[in-house]
Design a protein around this ligand. Sequence first.
Ligand SMILES: *[C@@H]1O[C@H](CO)[C@@H](O)[C@H](O)[C@H]1NC(C)=O
Ligand SMILES: *[C@@H]1O[C@H](CO)[C@@H](O)[C@H](O)[C@H]1NC(C)=O
Ligand SMILES: *[C@@H]1O[C@H](CO)[C@@H](O)[C@H](O)[C@H]1NC(C)=O
Ligand SMILES: *[C@@H]1O[C@H](CO)[C@@H](O)[C@H](O)[C@H]1NC(C)=O
Ligand SMILES: *[C@@H]1O[C@H](CO)[C@@H](O)[C@H](O)[C@H]1NC(C)=O
Length: 426
Amino acid sequence: MKKLQVVISSSTVSVSLPALAVVAVVLLLTAPRPSFLGRYEPNVASLPSSSSWRSAPTPAVVARVPRDCDIFRGEWVPDNDDGDGGGGAAPYYTNTSCAVIQEHQNCMKYGRPDLEFLRWRWRPERCELPRFDATAFLDLIRGRSLAFVGDSLARNHMQSLMCLLSKVEYPKDVSNTANPEFRTMHYESHNFTITVFWSPYLVTANQSNPAGGLWDLYLDEPDAAWLAGVAGFDYVVVSAANWFTRPSMFYEAGRLVGCHYCLVPGVPDLTLRYSLRVAFRTALRALTAGGAAGFDGTAIVRTLSPTSHFEGGEWNKGGDCRRTRPYAANETRMAALDLDFHTAQVEEFRRAEAASGGVARLLLMDTTAAMLLRPDGHPSRYGHWAHENVTLYNDCVHWCLPGPIDVWNEMLLQMLLFHQPGEFSV
Ligand SMILES: *[C@@H]1O[C@H](CO)[C@@H](O)[C@H](O)[C@H]1NC(C)=O
Ligand SMILES: *[C@@H]1O[C@H](CO)[C@@H](O)[C@H](O)[C@H]1NC(C)=O
Ligand SMILES: *[C@@H]1O[C@H](CO)[C@@H](O)[C@H](O)[C@H]1NC(C)=O
Ligand SMILES: *[C@@H]1O[C@H](CO)[C@@H](O)[C@H](O)[C@H]1NC(C)=O
Ligand SMILES: *[C@@H]1O[C@H](CO)[C@@H](O)[C@H](O)[C@H]1NC(C)=O
């Protein structure tokens, strides 16, 4: 078998901001394989330690969308409101005002020439989605805790939130581990804690043969990486998708039941649709009342970020995402793997809801349709220096910061506004 070796390495030198750690990732990939968009997965640099400051306390009045407005259905429209009456939107933050932008998502730093992708806002069909209000968010979430469980897109989401909140306060890194995949950040003046748990499959996973890339997935075992950690959190945002595209063996009750693209005679290929579905079922069962996680907060299921934005080839065959504006709603629609993953996630969410007899604190954060329309929001080749002396791929998986992913937190704020603890019991 032919082997591809990919080395991604970059470092940041910044004058006044805390230096981001050097990232060095070696991925061993084995060809030939089908399309593995999820393989583009640079490891994290550790978050910089950060300073915090207090802003003058202002009682926040938060705009709420009407209850009958579905914030997940809509379109992207030009953003002409920057508050100065002059037209032209201002991004919430920049790579100088926010010190926690992941290297590979710092598109401005790496020379992205167009700013057009920052000039759109998401408009739901029946209402306006209020802009993110950092003061309101922190007031609302005072004394509470939020965990992100998932892969590098969960981290992308958390970093967007930290950048949006940086206008008011920077958190302190209070992680109890040096592992950069598990960060805990504390907002002292609001006693708000956010944590990210690395768990790209949500269930126990082990790369039995690192060189061959084959993963063993224990589909009925929630991953200990988060299971033990989430008890006591008020909110957990659960997400996963891209890693299921990797070749894997499926175990249930300790027995090999099938695989995805393992090409092992006698092992049925149940496909990645099966593994994703069962993994979500397992994770949600663990998170609902009486589940193995001992969690009694609100679980938020974030649907997948599209896997389909590579054009002109697969991720490792020259595929890229060079569009500079969003699609109109009638220019594309969810299809193929994105549609199958999305269907499985929504169905498993509904199943968990039903199984709990309607008392589960479960919320669906259905971001896929909005993000599908944003092929222009990825780093593409602006996630690294053009002249780096290494083999690099275009990143059409993660999202530039600032960028369209910031809408996830505009949506999250509205969800939190509607679902205060206690509002579920009725
Ligand atoms: C921020 O982006 C600019 C280009 O807009 C770049 O010159 C600068 O190095 C970046 N700074 C950091 C800290 O990433
Ligand atoms: C901070 O919040 C935690 C819950 O997240 C709570 O247990 C703790 O008492 C709070 N601390 C203060 C000083 O309010
Ligand atoms: C994970 O795989 C390694 C081989 O790479 C093996 O030694 C180990 O026992 C496996 N762990 C589990 C929990 O299956
Ligand atoms: C999409 O809708 C717009 C109006 O919103 C229309 O101008 C355009 O022609 C439509 N495009 C397609 C491909 O149907
Ligand atoms: C690129 O890396 C190779 C191997 O490490 C080295 O021989 C070569 O000189 C490097 N080229 C440049 C332009 O840095």
